[in-house]
Design a protein around this ligand. Structure first.
Ligand code: ASP
Ligand code: MG
Length: 406
């Protein structure tokens, strides 16, 4: 008999009515003779509420207690799912991470699953039971409760699929799958049937909220196929799998855009070893995430300009960190809010020349100015004025033939 791991996200188990629907989905797999392992997230909003409470207690709430507190949300959801399945005549029960256990390593609030003890779940599956396991949480070697980062129940599900050698890992969520671009920003966005781990990782890191980026990396390393689909609509979703399984004539698979970015430029910094490091050291110390970085070549061999982007919410912290930095000199410091990063992603660009040109030409045709460019093997990103985002998405979606039905 084959094992399937089903993961339900916060919105899928957001109300008791939705949990009843989830139970029917689970039942449908059971009826198809699968051995079903369910991993659930907390009911939507619960984790945030718990975090809010902790901050009312202390603005410096203990990390170990944070994990005990926020992991409570998953316990609730799992019991409700199991309760419904029992009500429907199935053999089911909830399992908390420590009851297996699910062992994690690393810091509190951001641990990683290292091992899952399979014995109890295996036995239960063989007895015909449906185990409902808490996502997001584990215990460490000191026997303390841990959590594995926001959105972490995706990673929990992937690790279950890995340790139990599951046939399938299905991520049930509130959208129908992964789209060529955010359907809320562009109506013409199309559901992607299959996408490679690498492309999905780029899309998730660039803001496609469907899955937690870390979990995709886990799936890639362990070669686990993931199906993302809706809990509410009976429609096929998106398959995330390895490149060699994908036959695709599209060069670009998806396009992402960011909001609320700001651009920081240091004009006339010394062109010598260690300067970039001294600029970024205080930023990393302040946990400011630096995104696109470009440095010009030095025309006179002495000084150069350096530009990078940060989230606008971090702009004031960034300004302060640079202005107070005694180790750097520059002629001028410039800041600009309201920029957006537009990225086109696709493994097809490795083998197809001219993608960069087509992207730039499509933007030029719409008179959109490109401020910063960065590329990787499967991605080209440009920084543009935020007010041109929609125009750029429309133009690029068309240019790379994503408007067409697949
Ligand atoms: N409930 C946790 C969170 O809100 C984990 C998850 O949703 O995957 O981050
Ligand atoms: Mg979630």
């Amino acid at each position: 008999m084959k094992i399937v791991v089903l993961k339900f996200g916060g919105t899928s188990v957001g109300t008791t009515n939705k949990i009843k629907k989830v139970a029917e989905i689970i039942a449908s797999y059971k009826k198809k003779n699968f051995k079903v392992i369910v991993v659930s997230s907390a009911m939507g909003g619960v984790t945030n509420e718990l975090i809010k409470k902790s901050l009312e207690i202390s603005d410096n709430y203990s990390d170990t207690e944070h994990d005990v507190l926020v992991s409570a949300g998953e316990q609730m959801a799992c019991s409700l799912i199991a309760g419904r399945l029992i009500h429907r005549g199935f053999k089911s029960r909830s399992w908390l991470s420590w009851q297996l256990p699910i062992i994690t390593v690393g810091r509190h609030k951001n641990s990683r699953i290292n091992k899952i003890n399979k014995n109890k779940i295996m036995k239960y599956l063989n007895e015909g039971g449906i185990p409902i396991v808490t996502g997001f949480q584990g215990i460490n070697y000191e026997n303390r409760i841990t959590t594995i980062g926001r959105g972490g129940s995706d990673a929990s599900a992937i690790m279950f699929a890995k340790f139990f050698k599951a046939e399938r890992c299905v991520i049930y969520t509130d959208v129908e799958g992964v789209y060529t671009t955010d359907p809320n920003k562009l109506k013409k966005a199309k559901k992607i049937k299959v996408i490679s781990y690498e492309e999905m990782l780029e899309m998730a890191s660039l803001g496609a909220k469907v899955m937690q980026p870390v979990s995709i990396q886990d799936a890639r390393l362990n070669r686990i196929d993931i199906e993302v689909k809706s809990s509410f609509k009976k429609k096929s979703g998106t398959l995330i799998t390895k490149r060699s399984k994908i036959i695709n004539n599209k060069i670009v698979t998806g396009i992402t855009s960011t909001q609320n970015d700001s651009k920081v430029s240091l004009i006339g910094v010394k062109d010598k070893p260690g300067v970039a490091a001294s600029i970024f050291k205080p930023l990393s110390k302040n946990l400011i995430n630096v995104d696109m970085v470009v440095q010009n070549i030095s025309a006179n061999g002495k000084d150069t300009d350096l530009t990078f982007t940060v989230k606008t919410e971090d702009l004031n912290k960034t300004k302060k960190a640079i202005q107070e930095n005694k180790y750097i000199n520059y002629r001028k410091l410039m800041f600009e809010k309201g920029v957006s990063k537009i990225s086109v992603i696709g493994v097809g660009m490795i083998t197809t020349p001219g993608v960069t040109f087509r992207m730039f030409q499509a933007l030029a045709n719409k008179k959109i100015n490109i401020q910063v460019i960065s590329t990787s093997e499967i991605k080209i990103s440009v920084l543009i004025d935020t007010k041109n985002t929609k125009k750029a998405l429309i133009a690029l979606h068309k240019e790379f033939k994503l408007d067409n039905k697949k």
